[in-house]
Design a protein around this ligand. Structure first.
Ligand code: CP3
Length: 364
């Protein structure tokens, strides 16, 4: 399954091939939340700019996106932005508290609040993302893959209904359980906004996109499909794909760019995730890749899944050893994108990130 050593591929090509389960010399690597707080060069910029200023300034957002790629040589760059730009573009402004966590200018409480949210100008309001992606495509050229992203409707709804990051996201759950038609109105609106936003990102030149369903695991497995899974599937369908890459009815049609679905804590829902139409499924750090590869059909690639806590707590030798275990769990199965099993934490040690990248890059 390997390419011959003399056939040198660019990081971009390596990523794109792995995302489509084609043979590669070694798995490509990028890390969720690679752009940001773990890096001194990001913290330096934060001395003079707020997070939202960095996100909304295309040149600076592009710069922060490139910082981890320059430092570690990742195969893919993920746009520096946030999932909360969608609620903001729909009329619900957010900011970050000094003490950590997000705060929004109001909480979505009722059908009247949902009706106030507007999907009409999302693409126009997020023109700064379009600009940042175009700068990045130019800068990265054919060398490094460029990833776009959005939050899932469910995950965004959990934030929007609390109006802040909170220890327990119970309000969206309660709405979904007690007033499903109002929840559906919110999820439908978010689906429209997210689809338009992702189409804009595809037009700007991204190689692949990831849907973050970070709060999917707050649902029980019997609720997941109705509250989250079906809306992600609908977004993917509207992007142009129409069935899961592995299924016969797909008729050879593909999504316009590979779609990665990362749904945290929902691995009781593999059938729903497989049916979502994603080309790549993220595997969280609590799951065993060796088991997941038995469950997920071969035309779907897998992404993951080193435990992020290791990078803060362990030493480089331990990180290298654990990285080799993740690589071994996917040995012989085409379609592995190396990543963490959730986002990089601010206290990750730089020498551990370097050991991780080096181990993947020298993997035979
Ligand atoms: O992956 C990347 O490096 C790209 C940038 C990125 C950020 N947020 C930057 C960020 C991405 C892909 C996200 C996604 C995101 N945002 C998610 C899904 C991923 C996940 O970790 O599950 C979620 C749930 C959010 C919402 C969010 N953003 C919260 C709740 C907070 C505050 C708490 C926190 O983690 O700091 C953020 C802030 C945020 N987003 C920071 C960064 C670099 C920290 C801002 C700072 O302090 O400088």
């Amino acid at each position: 399954m390997k390419l011959t050593p003399e056939r040198m591929v660019s990081a971009r090509e390596r990523f794109n091939r792995a995302a489509r389960c084609q043979p590669v010399d070694r798995p490509p690597i990028w890390l969720m939340r690679q752009a940001g707080r773990a890096l001194p060069e990001y913290r330096k910029l934060k001395e003079t700019h707020t997070f939202v200023q960095l996100v909304q300034n295309p040149e600076l957002a592009a710069e922060v996106t490139l910082q981890p790629v320059r430092r570690f040589g990742f195969d893919a760059a993920i746009l520096f932005s946030d999932i909360l730009v969608i609620p903001e573009a729909m009329g619900q402004t957010y900011s970050f508290k000094e003490t950590g966590g997000v705060i929004m200018d109001f909480a979505v409480n009722s059908r009247a609040d949902i009706e106030k949210l507007s999907t009409g100008r999302v693409v126009e309001k997020l023109a700064y993302v379009d600009r940042a992606l175009r700068i990045l495509r130019q800068e990265l050229g054919g060398q490094t893959a460029l990833l776009g992203f959005a939050g899932s409707p469910w995950t965004l709804a959990t934030f929007m209904m609390e109006g802040a990051s909170v220890p327990k996201y119970s309000r969206a759950l309660q709405l979904f359980r007690t007033d499903p038609s109002t929840y559906q109105a919110l999820a439908e609106k978010l689906t429209v906004a997210i689809t338009a936003y992702l189409k804009m990102q595809i037009a700007a030149g991204i190689d692949a996109l990831q849907i973050f369903d970070s709060h999917g695991g707050h649902l029980n497995p019997t609720e997941f499909q109705a509250a989250s899974g079906q809306w992600m599937a609908e977004i993917i369908r509207q992007l142009g794909g129409n069935a899961s890459p592995g299924s016969a009815e797909n008729g050879g049609r593909r999504n316009p760019v590979p779609v990665i679905v990362f749904s945290l804590g929902t691995h009781g829902n593999w059938p729903d995730l497989i049916a979502s139409g994603a080309d790549v499924l993220g595997v969280d750090w609590q799951s065993s890749l060796a088991e997941v590869r038995q469950v997920v059909p071969a035309p779907i690639a897998l992404q993951g899944n080193l435990a992020p806590a290791l990078l803060a707590e362990a030493d480089p030798a331990t990180v290298a050893a654990e990285t080799r275990k993740v690589l071994a769990a996917m040995q012989g199965r085409p379609g592995h994108i190396f990543n963490l099993g959730h986002g990089l934490t601010p206290n990750a040690k730089l020498e551990n990130i370097a050991a991780l990248v080096e181990t993947v890059k020298t993997h035979q």
